[in-house]
Design a protein around this ligand. Sequence first.
Ligand code: FAD
Length: 392
Amino acid sequence: MDWDVIVIGAGPAGCFTAKSIALSGFKVLILEEDQEIGFPVQCAGLISPRVIELAGVDNNTVLNKLKGISVYSPQGAQFNVVGSKDLALAIDRAKFDQELATKAENGGAVLMKGVKVVGATRIEGGFRLTVAEGSKTISTKLLIGADGAKSSVSKWLGLSRDNLKAVMHAVDVQLKCADTSSISIFMGQKLAPGWFGWMIPLDEKTCRVGTGYALVKPAYSPRRYFQDLVDQFPQIFKDMKVIGHTGGIVPLGKISRIYAANAMLVGDAACQTKPISGGGIYMGLIGAILCSRTAVEALREDNLTEAKLSSYQKYWEKEMEKERVSAMKLRKSYLSFSDEDIDLVIRFLNKPKYQKLILKYGDLDYPSYLGNKLLNLVLRKESLIKATIRIF
Ligand SMILES: Cc1cc2nc3c(=O)[nH]c(=O)nc-3n(C[C@H](O)[C@H](O)[C@H](O)COP(=O)(O)OP(=O)(O)OC[C@H]3O[C@@H](n4cnc5c(N)ncnc54)[C@H](O)[C@@H]3O)c2cc1C
């Protein structure tokens, strides 16, 4: 075999996985189809402070620290909380990915850019990969698919996944921002069906804005939903100047398995994302830790059988599946909320006692705990909500 491990995709999940395996002394190659790591950026770059620590990247990837959140209802209600500690960080996502790639190379992995893998064939003891350029082939004992939301590796391995996803349009804008320390979230089933709009300030005059839909058949394109968001909140967006467009999908569903004999999937390719926010960086790094742990154990024992690699799925389910499943239930239950319900809930929660609760239990990486608490509160007040609806 040419390599012990080939990782396809030099995103955060691929590079973090490759680094740990290479540091354990194995020959690791990362193949990335893009010429420049981190580009094109398809991310709002919002992470929790623990991600910087976990990834071990420099603090200079952080562009802004966010301490508060404002939530807007479709009918104009607003809910604000501001705490004393950093709830979230806005990062330079390209720089973040580049640092992780450099760390993988410093750990001993070889990174080849501008190389697209177009096929994988199972051979005795591993896989033979075909790359687009010159129909070259390379062999590996272990194949790791870190090739993102539209993973080809998962298809080559025959690992089926459901089609649940969030589809988003995002834009970098110049915009005077009155409050640079709070994220804004825009809710409404007509505005962002099954999902939400967002505005993340980077400084006094630059923001990231985006929106999309999830788990529903949309009436419009994500770009049109973005225009609707801008039109619905002229007081916020009227002087906005667009610098650049991006967007993409985040898989929210489940994949049948994240391993096969001589192969594993990690990051978006393994659906390791958060169904409430669509965040995948933290989940992908946790996936990478568990994937590389399994890979190193298996390579040391020279046992890359399906049975051996199945421990990766067990590690993942123990660590994260409870949170993911619970968050998915919350995401699905949101679909039953009408715009009127959302408006009432936001008004209902805009009280000091609930604001304190949100600050106490809110965690960007584990949102289901707070989400369930709030849902229970709201459901207990259902009679109140229904009554209020009737009065209105
Ligand atoms: C609009 C938007 C906003 C988002 N905002 C956030 C956010 O604020 N916070 C957050 O945590 N997450 C966010 N996400 C999700 C986050 O971007 C992903 O979860 C994360 O990038 C997944 O990392 P990854 O390493 O698994 O895959 P990726 O970062 O997608 O990397 C996969 C890599 O594989 C390469 N590749 C694919 N196929 C091949 C091939 N055949 N051969 C060679 N290379 C290949 C690709 O070029 C790519 O570089 C957002 C996503 C979108 C679309």
